[in-house]
Design a protein around this ligand. Structure first.
Ligand code: GAP
Length: 468
């Protein structure tokens, strides 16, 4: 049956209803652009992160992991160019006070304003005016707008004494990308492990950006998680490794269930201040109107290590033991947003099926990503012998799999609930289990077929099902 249209309302409603994602501080009216991940959300997020780590670190002899602090020396962000140049152009409506991304507003006129400064954008707005065209507020439709201004995306905080005179002196930034901590530890990792060029350092962690507009659910938030890998190499290795990693990242999405028709490459024409070549893997976020960036793969050259060497005075060159040559390694990065990936996989899994005149909503996740792997039910809640047996099965399976015990409502409702959170298998203990065959009914999420399996064979049965 054809998949029905996925809307943002359907996704957000499912996320709230089934405990995937909640708006931050909801009882206080909400806190824009920050989201909390509920019981099933954290499982899905952890599973995505684990599978990313598996392919990016565990299965690679040339990549090691790291977990660096969110706060770093404030000069780090001066050296990286973020303090002076990590801006988006902003326009405000003088009437209704809506804040807008000026570059996005120009898109409506067919102008690609990606990476344009506020001055460049104002020049474009002037040209439009000369042709009799005016930008309009996206909320009230009026044209009473401020000129574009550069707006820093850096989130400032302070550590130590928060007294007025020390506030500016103690100002620190919450990292806007996780890779900063990788550059600062490159020397430590070279000195403490046996890595040799080319090699990568990967990390997963929070990043913070003062986004001007953040109204697309978890797609663009002010607090989010990145999964980044910085690959250190000789300049002449760049092109080959860039192509290799592009292929590897593309295939990773396919392996975990993204359909090839739903991803595409976007090659950047205008580049970030550090990049020499860059492309994104875009996902078809139907709920947001089409293809949008999910992961970036960038050639960063020697920008980062050179800048940190210059600003810190530390020697960050690499000594090639074979040739005796000393040089600053170049860097190729893969940078994925965990939350965007979560959104994409939720999209991909979201399925509506017509069953006996009603709609079944089911999340058809790859089994490795499903938040709950097996749900265990006693047929009836008020039959202690069934409940006891089901609890015993739950305790055994839960040692290996994320399981859920549920004795609420009728079985049909319980299946629906598990379908909506994407649980691949439901196990039901019934009267035959106790009285006849010591077997249970195992129901498959996708086919909805049921089969009887002996309790003592469940371990092997699921071992086979969850085998990769
Ligand atoms: N270190 C390179 C870097 O940070 P980026 O393109 O700015 O590159 C990489 O970010 C990824 O991080 C994006 O592809 C996206 O998935 C995620 N990301 C960036 N800003 C985000 C935001 N405000 N909310 C959620 N995810 C974001």
């Amino acid at each position: 049956m054809a998949k029905q249209k996925i809307t943002i309302e359907k996704i957000t409603s499912l996320c709230k209803r089934r405990g995937f994602v909640f708006l931050s501080s909801e009882i206080y009216g909400g806190f824009a652009a920050v989201y909390d991940y509920g019981p099933y959300g954290i499982e899905l997020k952890n599973n995505l992160a684990r599978e990313w780590w598996k392919h990016m670190v565990q299965m690679r002899a040339d990549v090691v992991g790291l977990d660096s602090g969110i706060f770093m020396h404030p000069i780090v962000w001066k050296a990286s160019g973020h303090v002076d140049g990590f801006d988006d152009p902003r326009i405000d409506c003088k009437d209704c006070k809506t804040r807008m991304r000026a570059d996005h507003m120009l898109e409506a006129f067919g102008i690609d304003a990606d990476k344009m400064s506020a001055n460049e954008i104002n020049a474009e707005i002037k040209k439009l005016k000369e042709k009799g065209k005016k930008l309009k507020c996206t909320t009230c439709g009026k044209t009473n707008l401020t000129p574009a201004k550069n707006f820093s995306l850096m989130v400032k905080s302070n550590l130590g004494s928060p007294t007025d005179e020390l506030l500016e002196k103690n100002a620190v930034y919450l990292r806007p990308e996780t890779c900063g901590g990788i550059y600062l530890n490159y020397r430590n990792i070279l000195d403490s492990t046996r890595v040799k060029l080319p090699f990568g350092i990967a990390q997963i962690g929070k990043a913070f950006r003062n986004e001007i507009v953040a109204r697309q659910f978890i797609f663009r938030t002010r607090e989010f998680e990145q999964m980044e890998m910085q690959y250190f190499l000789r300049p002449n290795e760049m092109q080959e490794k860039y192509e290799e990693w592009k292929k590897m990242r593309w295939n990773w999405y396919l392996e975990y269930g993204i359909k090839e028709k739903n991803i595409k490459w976007h090659k950047h024409v205008k580049l970030a201040h550090y990049a020499a070549e860059a492309c994104d893997i875009e996902y078809n976020f139907e709920a947001l109107g089409g293809f949008k960036e999910m992961e970036g793969i960038h050639q960063r050259g020697d920008w980062d290590l050179s800048q940190h060497q210059k600003f810190s005075g530390a020697k960050l060159e690499y000594l090639d033991q074979k040739t005796g040559e000393k040089f600053i390694p170049h860097i190729m990065e893969t940078s994925a947003g965990l939350n965007r990936m979560f959104f994409a996989f939720l999209h991909e899994a979201y399925t509506e099926e017509e069953i006996d005149g009603s709609t079944r909503v089911v999340l058809k996740f790859d089994r490795r990503l499903a938040p709950v792997k097996i749900a265990v039910f006693p047929l009836l809640k008020n039959k202690p012998e069934l409940v006891k047996k089901a609890k015993g099965i739950f305790s055994g399976l839960a040692k290996k799999y994320m399981c859920e015990f549920d004795d609420n409502g009728n079985i049909g409702k319980r299946y629906r609930r598990q379908d909506e959170i994407g649980t691949p298998y439901c196990v039901t203990v019934d009267f035959d289990t106790i009285e006849k065959d010591n077997s249970v009914t195992v129901r498959d999420r996708d086919t909805m077929k049921q089969e009887r399996v002996k309790i003592e064979e469940l371990d092997d049965y699921f071992g086979e099902k969850f085998k990769i």
